[in-house]
Design a protein around this ligand. Structure first.
Ligand code: ZN
Ligand code: ZN
Length: 227
């Protein structure tokens, strides 16, 4: 198996253990064009780019960056990626305003003792489910509010497996983030129904069997008292 490879064409290229302790995990899907899921907190863009180089992939092909939600540990690298590669930024419409206005509280930038500049996004998801079709590959973006109002999870079926990207599914659920337990309950039920084979999480890495994925989600449902 290649460095960073999770399954054919899907890689982890950054995260707390790989690039910077403050980064949420950064995943890469290689479909000829390169799609990034999240960007880390902003201090490690060079390292992420370097890791993509190590995979012998062409960074200039980072065409799309799908953001799972508006927190700095996931979006901090956006301005630099946009500048370097002109990548298009995708985010749910309910989590777009904090980026666009550079809201230091809602992006959690103040938590990380940094700032986030007002940054335009390119595509705002609007529906419970949005499908990006890249060649023959469908990438499904599900609106899964709870941690933030515009949190999304992403999944795709590839190489006989269903891979789910669910960043910050564990929370926290905080009033200042606009978190909502009822929404979170419904969202995590949807994720269980997906019956994914692999879970790529935002801070705690990768779970590689259906049972591990299910147990992981259920453990947080029990913790939040909805199971
Ligand atoms: Zn978050
Ligand atoms: Zn996070």
């Amino acid at each position: 198996m290649k460095l960073f490879e999770i399954i054919k064409d899907i890689f982890i290229v950054g995260g707390p253990e790989i690039t910077d302790g403050r980064d949420g995990c950064i995943y890469l899907i290689n479909l000829g064009e390169l799609i990034l899921i999240d960007t880390g907190a902003g201090w490690s863009v060079d390292k992420i780019v370097n890791n993509i180089n190590k995979l012998e992939l062409d960074n200039s092909k980072i065409s799309k960056i799908i953001l799972t939600h508006c927190h700095i540990d996931h979006i901090g690298g956006v301005p630099e990626f946009k500048k370097m590669f002109g990548s298009k930024i995708y985010i749910h419409k309910l989590d777009a305003p904090p980026l666009e206005s550079g809201d230091q509280i809602l992006t959690a930038a103040t938590w990380y003792q940094t700032t986030f500049p007002p940054t335009p996004v390119d595509v705002k998801f609007n529906f419970p489910e949005e499908i990006l079709l890249i060649g023959e590959q469908k990438i499904i973006c599900l609106h899964t509010p709870g941690h933030t109002p515009g949190s999304i999870c992403i999944y795709l079926d590839r190489d006989g497996k269903r891979i789910l990207f669910a960043q910050d599914l564990h929370g926290p659920l905080l009033e200042e983030f606009g978190s909502n337990l009822g929404d979170w309950d419904r969202s995590t039920k949807k994720l269980l129904d997906l019956d994914a084979d692999i879970l790529c999480e935002g801070h705690f890495g990768i779970y590689k069997t259906k049972k591990e994925v299910k147990d992981y989600i259920l453990s947080y449902r029990r913790q939040y008292g909805v199971e």
